[in-house]
Design a protein around this ligand. Structure first.
Ligand code: TXA
Ligand code: MG
Length: 325
């Protein structure tokens, strides 16, 4: 693919106007959401979406999330059942709903990989919302990393992965949640948890009044299109090998700490010194990238409590530690 001169723009009203114009002309714009940076394209423009898949190096069976301002805008794309109506009360926020496509849904087939369902989300980040308002239609956006890499939580992460392959990066600083959205499918039957993420499972279950069905195991990579390819075993991969639930540091290992750090590591980054899971989620991907960039061959990871956002953090760590495809 021809190299582009990727522009990095600090967020400003003029930058939002430029970003919306770039999307309208079929370009690719990375922008911050409250979860991670997304790589946006006009959801109705099949050519722009083809370019997006190429820039990410993403297998084209992996469908994209359509971002909208609110539930009324989502209803132009998808059908809501009772559970979906309840879950839409978490919008704007870090929750994606997989719903049946409406017959008149204007999103290009390529974005939904030919499925009769569509993933929709109303993000809460003010920059994402300003961009959606200025653009005036749905924006499809996967995480703005090269396929298989750790998701980007800063504009610099985006440039490191996709610089030269996209038109514009809107720099709105580090993303506050730091984990991708939680994905729930509401397709008429019991709502199903497809991906753990930035909205804790317990919050969703409290709103629904019952436990979620869970898609547990990652599908084998050679099987047909998985339900949520974010579930592929080694999807969130740093270069370094991860050793999870470490209770000591072995010679040469870097340490990804949580709470009071274990002794003995030369390189230490702490997800949260005070043991806060929200802070840990926000730091997870940038700390993995930083330890990777520092050349660590093995990263020992201290145990993370399996509650609240800890469940999603442990999910991403397990995937990052899984053998590569
Ligand atoms: O927080 C997020 O969700 C970020 C920001 C940018 O919104 N986006 C993100 O997109 O993480 P992506 O493409 O990296 O992950 C979206 C996941 C993929 O695993 C995809 O397979 C799944 O959503 N997905 C999309 N459409 C689907 C559908 N119709 N049925 C099942 N899974 C779907
Ligand atoms: Mg992704």
């Amino acid at each position: 693919m021809a190299r582009l001169a990727t522009r990095l723009a600090l967020v400003s009203p003029a930058a939002i106007v430029e970003a919306a114009r770039t999307l309208r002309s079929g370009g690719l714009v990375a922008f911050p959401t409250e979860t991670v940076y997304g790589l946006g394209a006009d959801a109705t423009n099949g050519e722009a979406i083809a370019r997006l898949y190429a820039a990410k190096g993403r297998p084209s069976f992996n469908p994209l999330i359509a971002h909208v301002l609110d539930e009324p805008a989502a209803r132009a794309l998808a059908r809501f059942d009772g559970a979906a109506e309840i879950l839409a009360t978490f919008w704007p926020g870090p929750l994606t709903l997989v719903l049946p496509r409406t017959p008149t849904c204007p999103v290009a087939e390529l974005a939904t990989a030919g499925l009769d369902t569509i993933a929709v989300r109303a993000p809460s980040h003010p920059v994402a919302r300003d961009l959606l308002a200025a653009f005036g239609g749905p924006i499809v956006a996967p995480s703005a990393n090269r396929s298989g890499h750790v998701s980007p939580t800063t504009a610099q992460h985006v440039l490191a992965d996709l610089g030269g392959d996209i038109d514009l990066v809107l720099d709105g600083g580090p993303t506050p949640v730091g984990l991708e959205s939680t994905i729930v499918a509401c397709l008429g039957g019991a709502p199903t948890l497809l991906r753990l993420g930035g909205l804790a499972r317990t919050d969703i279950e409290r709103a629904l009044g019952h436990p979620l069905e869970v898609v547990r195991s990652a599908p084998a990579p050679d099987k047909e299109a998985p339900l949520a390819p974010g579930m592929l075993a080694s999807h969130y991969a740093p270069r370094a090998r991860l050793r999870l639930a470490a209770t000591s540091v072995r010679p040469g290992e870097a340490l990804l700490a949580f709470g009071a750090p274990l002794p003995g590591a030369q390189q230490v980054l702490n997800l949260s010194e005070r043991g806060d899971l929200v802070e840990a989620a926000a730091n997870l991907f940038s700390h993995l990238r930083a330890l990777d960039a520092a050349g660590a061959a093995v990263i020992a990871v201290m145990p993370i409590p399996h509650e609240g956002l800890g469940e999603a953090i442990n999910d991403r760590l397990a995937r990052a530690a899984a053998p590569r495809l």
